[in-house]
Design a protein around this ligand. Structure first.
Ligand SMILES: C[S@@+](CC[C@H](N)C(=O)[O-])C[C@H]1O[C@@H](n2cnc3c(N)ncnc32)[C@H](O)[C@@H]1O
Length: 229
């Protein structure tokens, strides 16, 4: 439940993206840029979705500007794209309205909705799969991560795909060393050890069924497929 006692990381992450300039920039960087990083992330998510039957109900939360949506629609799923930031949702809707203008069938399988990940309006087990891409690295507090995982578990029938920043990566080492040298205590985009995040996962009644590193030992970005325990 979102309350005034929630940590700054949660409130800052919620507020930061609610800006048309940030959202416009995100469309360019994430929806339209065909670079190796974006392709690798997409490949991890597709691998984690393997075996999910066509016509499954899939939630992308937070969807940002919706870079996963076409891939999910192409696989025949019914998709809810949800995010807290109105600016991100508006940019996502405008982008896809244009892209799907001549594809009524796909448009009908896509719905946008404003939601707060700590306290969504969805029923228990509402989705066959829930994807939470690029949010957990904004949350350094284990308790916050656990609350989010518990909400995802509540609304997902079984499969949950999440990303997090792992300490087992060269760039994570650079991140920590750089901050140490500059005497900075970071409060965002902080890599954590896998075991630490796994503890949050098991405390939320979930287990890790597969691990998909984006670039093993190099990039901190790591995907996990979670199922109920
Ligand atoms: C780094 S972006 C990732 C977006 C998308 N998943 C992607 O990979 O492109 C983080 C997103 O989380 C959304 N967000 C932040 N706090 C949220 C909250 N409490 N509930 C729902 N969405 C939230 C932001 O608005 C933003 O769109």
């Amino acid at each position: 439940m979102a309350t005034s006692e929630n940590p700054d990381s949660y409130l800052d992450t919620r507020a930061r993206f609610d800006d048309p300039v940030v959202a416009g920039d995100y469309v360019i960087k994430k929806n339209t840029l065909d670079n190796a990083k974006n392709r690798r992330e997409m490949a991890c998510i597709m691998a984690a979705l393997t075996g999910l039957p066509e016509k499954s109900r899939v939630l992308d939360l937070p969807c940002g500007t919706g870079r996963l949506l076409l891939m999910l629609l192409d696989k025949g799923h019914t998709v809810v794209a949800a995010d807290y930031a109105r600016a991100m949702l508006d940019a996502a809707e405008a982008y896809h309205r244009n892209l799907l203008a001549s594809d009524v069938e796909k448009s009908n399988r896509l719905k946008f909705q404003q939601e707060d990940i700590l306290n969504t309006s969805f029923a228990d087990d509402a989705f066959d799969a829930v994807i939470c891409n690029r949010l957990f690295h904004h949350y350094p507090e284990a308790e916050l991560r656990r609350q989010v995982l518990a909400e995802l578990r509540r609304i997902a029938k079984n499969r949950i795909i999440v990303s997090f920043f792992s300490n087992f990566a060269l760039s994570a080492l650079q991140f920590h060393l750089g901050n140490r040298i500059r005497r900075i205590t970071p409060n965002d985009r902080i890599p954590v050890w896998y075991r630490e995040f796994e503890r949050d996962i098991t405390r939320s009644g979930l287990i890790v069924s597969e691990i998909y590193p984006v670039r093993y030992g190099i990039s901190p970005q790591t995907y996990l497929k979670l199922v109920s325990d």
